[in-house]
Design a protein. Structure first.
Length: 143
C-alpha cells in the first residue's frame, strides 16, 4: 500500500470563518488550530504546511467556563529579576480578546518554524465585522 504525501507547492488553501459568540474559548481555539494545521484534509502531512486560513469573529463574546475569568492568569517574564508579570483573564477578555485567542491557538501549534508560519494565517476580530470578504470565506460549522 502506498502513502500519499503532500508537497508544499501543491497545497490549495481555503478561507474559513469561525464564530466564537457564546462558545468556550478553548473549543473554538481547537477548531482553529485543526484548520491551521490542515488535519481536516485527506492529504494531511505533519511536516508540510498544508493548512487553511482562519478568521475568528466575535472574540469578545466568547466565554470562559467555570471560574477561569478570575482564577486563570496570563503570565510572562520581562527577563529581569522579579520581572514576572501576570494579568487576570477577566481583564484580557475585556480589553484584548484577540490576544487571548492568539495565545490559545499558539499553544496548540508546533513550537517550531512550521507552527510560527501556520499562526500567520490566523485572523481574530473582537466584533463580527472582518475585512476578508474578498477571499469568500466559508463558515465552518462542523463540531
Amino acid at each position: 500500500m502506498s502513502t500519499t504525501l503532500a508537497k508544499k507547492e501543491t497545497v490549495s488553501r481555503k478561507w474559513y470563518v469561525l464564530d466564537a459568540a457564546g462558545k468556550p474559548l478553548g473549543r473554538t481555539a481547537v477548531k482553529a488550530a485543526t484548520l491551521l494545521r490542515g488535519k481536516h484534509k485527506p492529504d494531511y502531512t505533519p511536516n508540510v504546511d498544508c493548512g487553511d486560513f482562519v478568521v475568528i469573529i466575535n472574540a469578545s463574546k466568547a466565554v470562559l467556563t467555570g471560574k477561569k475569568l478570575t482564577d486563570k492568569y496570563y503570565r510572562h517574564h520581562s527577563g529581569w529579576i522579579g520581572g514576572l508579570k501576570e494579568v487576570q483573564y477577566s481583564k484580557i477578555m475585556a480589553e484584548k480578546p484577540e490576544f487571548a485567542f492568539m495565545q490559545a491557538v499558539k499553544g496548540m501549534l508546533a513550537k517550531n518554524s512550521l507552527g510560527r508560519e501556520q499562526l500567520t494565517r490566523l485572523r481574530v476580530y473582537a466584533g463580527e465585522d472582518h475585512k476578508h470578504e474578498a477571499q469568500k470565506p466559508e463558515v465552518w460549522d462542523q463540531e
